[in-house]
Design a binder for this molecule. Structure first.
Ligand SMILES: Nc1ncnc2c1ncn2[C@@H]1O[C@H](COP(=O)(O)OP(=O)(O)OP(=O)(O)O)[C@@H](O)[C@H]1O
Ligand SMILES: [Mg+2]
Length: 258
């Protein structure tokens, strides 16, 4: 399998704090890869570096062999990387469909501002984007939410909409930062199914998540961060048995007992 994403020796400090220290890993095309680690381990910072929302102090991010670490985030998005955020950002006062359409606009020719103000030359493009966004919502079984104001939806549904909006960018690589955070057990199971379905659509997924059953059930590989450093990177079963990972998650004493 080809490596769709390759991260080499990535470093980022905040003042004296090494948030991401010399981290290297790769994601192969068609994989679901998870990044796990305790709170403050550097997972979101790593995502921000990979997706261009933060610049690294040093290191390389290769998307399909192209170095993207110096590109702005919108440019990386156009090259096929989309993401969701740990703290959800849906647009208020817009319908669910319109929120999803925002994702499609990165591929539009008319530009977001003329489209937003509904200028006449944008109308046919707007109709096409509306159709494409609705098609996507249908594929994810959420087309019944199309006309509802997005921020009035239940939290679990909002997370699905956010996912759908990221997919509307037609990404090759999708970055999900804690997609199951705040979801109940049933919603988490639905989210796991949805992520697997996205992979089956041919989209590669890189995922940060605290819900271990979700991570271990759907991931092909799992990388573990701790205090900014990668301490493990393997198939789920091997990561679960890795003594250093066990120590980080259960504490030194439990690891010695086991
Ligand atoms: N913009 C920032 N300025 C200063 N420090 C930051 C900034 N962003 C993150 N940090 C610090 O960097 C470290 C890593 O934070 P990060 O948010 O990447 O962790 P995380 O693994 O995503 O944690 P969580 O599981 O709680 O989401 C933390 O100590 C955090 O306080
Ligand atoms: Mg985080």
């Amino acid at each position: 399998m080809e490596r769709l994403l390759e991260v080499r020796n990535l470093c980022r400090r905040f003042g004296g704090l090494k948030a991401v220290e010399n981290v290297s890993f790769s994601v192969k095309e068609g994989q679901i890869k998870a990044v796990i680690g305790p709170n403050g381990a550097g997972k979101t910072t790593l995502f921000n570096l990979v997706s261009g929302f933060l610049k690294p102090d040093s290191g390389t991010v290769l998307l399909d062999r192209l170095a993207v670490q110096d590109l702005p985030s919108y440019s990386i998005a156009r090259k096929g990387m989309a993401r969701t955020f740990q703290h959800m950002k849906l647009f208020p006062k817009m319908s669910t469909l319109e929120n999803v359409m925002v994702g499609r606009h990165i591929h539009g020719r008319a530009g977001f501002v003329p489209s937003f103000f509904n200028l006449p030359w944008t109308w046919s493009e707007e109709r096409r984007m509306r159709r494409e966004a609705l098609d996507l919502m249908t594929r994810l079984d959420i087309e019944n939410l199309a006309e509802t104001e997005a921020t009035s939806l239940a939290y679990g549904q909002q997370r699905m909409v956010e996912l759908c909006r990221a997919l509307a960018c037609s990404p090759r690589l999708l970055l999900l930062d804690e997609p199951a955070a705040g979801l109940n057990m049933r919603e988490t199971a639905e989210m796991a199914k949805m992520i697997s379905r996205i992979r089956d659509m041919g989209i590669t997924v890189l995922l940060v998540e605290h819900d271990m059953s979700l991570v271990m059930n759907i991931s092909d590989e799992v990388a573990v961060l701790c205090y900014g450093q990668k301490i493990a990177d393997d198939v789920p079963l091997a990561v679960q048995k890795n003594p250093e990972v066990v120590r980080v998650y259960l504490g030194e004493e439990n690891a010695q007992d086991s």
